[in-house]
Ligand binder design. Structure first.
Ligand SMILES: Nc1ncnc2c1ncn2[C@@H]1O[C@H](COP(=O)(O)OP(=O)(O)OP(=O)(O)O)[C@@H](O)[C@H]1O
Ligand SMILES: [Mg+2]
Length: 258
């Protein structure tokens, strides 16, 4: 059961890729509903199809079978209702921090005074208020990823899709960004689908954690995380979830190496 009306309905989605003239299955019959305002994390062995699934929800990749519904309507390609943040820092190097955040708004023809207000609001929200005039080359990895989050939020999508957004960061920066994302979600109430390899990160952020099987990806198990909104990584019930989910993920990772 999900805690409210479905914002996203991944309806029996399958995907096969043509490899050496044959169709190789990557995803099989993925059935998943994501509730409005839910934070859903997806875990699974490398190559199980997590990025493929996220790309299908984003509208970048067409499924071989099944449909993705947003608010009950089938998606037709990428849309402004779904923002994406990926692992690699995809900022425009020739634009400032403010320019990067403003980019989508300018495309949409938002008037400049309103653009400036929005940029200021989201740069403040991600803790980069003092860095608006810098260029990406002047930023650390964590700062670049904050800009990517501010840019996604500035376009006010109802849904944010994140593919290992903190995967390239050191452990300390990663926890700081997790804290920030958790705080931002308490203000912004987006519907978030977040792919990660870190079980700890998933338990820290998610309302529900989905574990996928080894390739071809199916849904193995779904864990509702019944922890307080503001979480303590060292609390006994937190580590209990961590070890329970680790056991299930390990079963699948072991299959990859059989
Ligand atoms: N464009 C493509 N053409 C052919 N095969 C592809 C394509 N994209 C993905 N695949 C294959 O589909 C499978 C799933 O890939 P995907 O990148 O979704 O996995 P993943 O779970 O995100 O892995 P990781 O955890 O390493 O990021 C893999 O076997 C991959 O080789
Ligand atoms: Mg991936």
């Amino acid at each position: 059961m999900i805690p409210g009306p479905a914002k996203i309905h991944i309806q029996r989605v399958s995907k096969a890729f043509a490899v050496d003239g044959r169709q190789a299955p990557a995803l099989v019959d993925i059935e998943l509903e994501v509730a409005e305002r839910e934070f859903l994390c997806i875990l699974g062995p490398s190559g199980c199809g997590k990025s493929t699934l996220l790309n299908i929800v984003a509208g970048f990749v067409q499924p071989t079978g099944g449909t993705v519904l947003v608010d009950g309507q089938p998606i037709a390609g990428p849309g402004a209702d779904r923002g994406v943040v990926f692992q690699e820092y995809v900022l425009f190097p020739w634009l400032t921090v403010a320019g990067n955040v403003e980019f989508g708004l300018a495309l949409k023809g938002v008037p400049s005074a309103e653009r400036r207000r929005t940029v200021t609001r989201y740069l403040d929200l991600v803790g980069l208020g003092g860095h608006a005039a810098k260029f990406p080359v002047q930023l650390s990895g964590g700062m670049k990823q904050r800009v990517a989050i501010a840019r996604a939020l500035a376009n006010s999508p109802a849904i944010i899709l994140m593919d290992e957004p903190f995967g390239a960061l050191d452990a300390q920066t990663r926890e700081v960004l997790q804290d920030e994302l958790s705080r931002i979600q308490r203000v912004e109430h987006k519907t978030i689908v977040f792919v990660t390899h870190s079980i700890r990160e998933a338990v820290y952020l998610a309302d529900r954690v989905v574990v996928m099987t080894s390739a071809p990806g199916r849904i193995k198990q779904v864990f509702p995380i019944k922890l307080p909104e503001i979480r303590d990584r060292f609390a006994p019930d937190f580590t209990q979830y961590e070890s329970e989910i680790t056991r299930v993920v390990k079963e699948e990772v072991a299959k990859v190496h059989e």
